[in-house]
Design a protein around this ligand. Sequence first.
Ligand code: CAA
Length: 240
Amino acid sequence: MSRVALVTGGSRGIGEAISKALQAAGCTVAATYAGNDEAAAKFTEETGIKTYKWNVGDYEESKAGIAQVEADLGPIDIVVANAGITRDAPFHKMTPEQWQQVIDTNLTGVFNTVHPVWPGMRERKFGRVIVISSVNGQKGQFAQVNYAATKAGDIGIVRSLAQEGARAGITANAVCPGYIATEMVMAVPEKVRESIIAGIPAGRLGEPEEIARCVAFLASDDAGFINGSTISANGAQFFG
Ligand code: CAA
């Protein structure tokens, strides 16, 4: 059956790989992005996947954007809350703005993305909610009090949604990527990145496709009894 999937932050990084994997699995995919028009246009040209621009941190924008996606493509069956940012700083230097920006995008953004699609999933008795958390939500990370708080929060969200959605045929799960070769990780100072890689038993960064394959499985009909769980894909860096 062809399902409609929404992937936030779906035109770049891990989100791009997820959008492509869901398309390859037969889904009709909509990908959101926040600002990079050029990357989104290139992505659509290459893949044929429609992109939509909105700020996931804004509830009304998310609601209107989701209504547009559903008008264009049909009811959303699969939602992947992937959009995320970092504003890293040691806690004594972290500003209230750095805290708030990360909370708005990474945590409130999950609420804003899932809440508008939830009633339709309940009515149709099918849904797949997948939230992209992080190894740093499981273990904490130097200079990421804000980010780790949101990524730990993702796990609480899916465990709660799982209990609410189970009888309605909806599953909610989190994927916790380790350090993946994306712009976000490449932005970490080289020396710091090298020391992080040295602490990964696999001895390398992960590939976006290695996360996308986890998401595609959780989104499939075959994964119907996996609910409220967390899949870690981190090269044995941490056992969460
Ligand atoms: N553990 C312990 N100490 C650390 C450290 C770490 N992981 N990282 C930095 N430090 C130390 C430094 O060695 C330095 O110590 P000294 O003062 O004794 O030299 C101190 O902490 C930091 O010094 P600064 O005050 O100069 O720090 P800064 O304000 O310039 O900030 C930083 C630097 C933002 C912390 C930078 O080091 C950094 O970006 N670190 C990486 C943080 C990180 O891993 N982020 C993950 C991004 S990827 C991601 O988030 C995706 C995902 O889900 C996995």
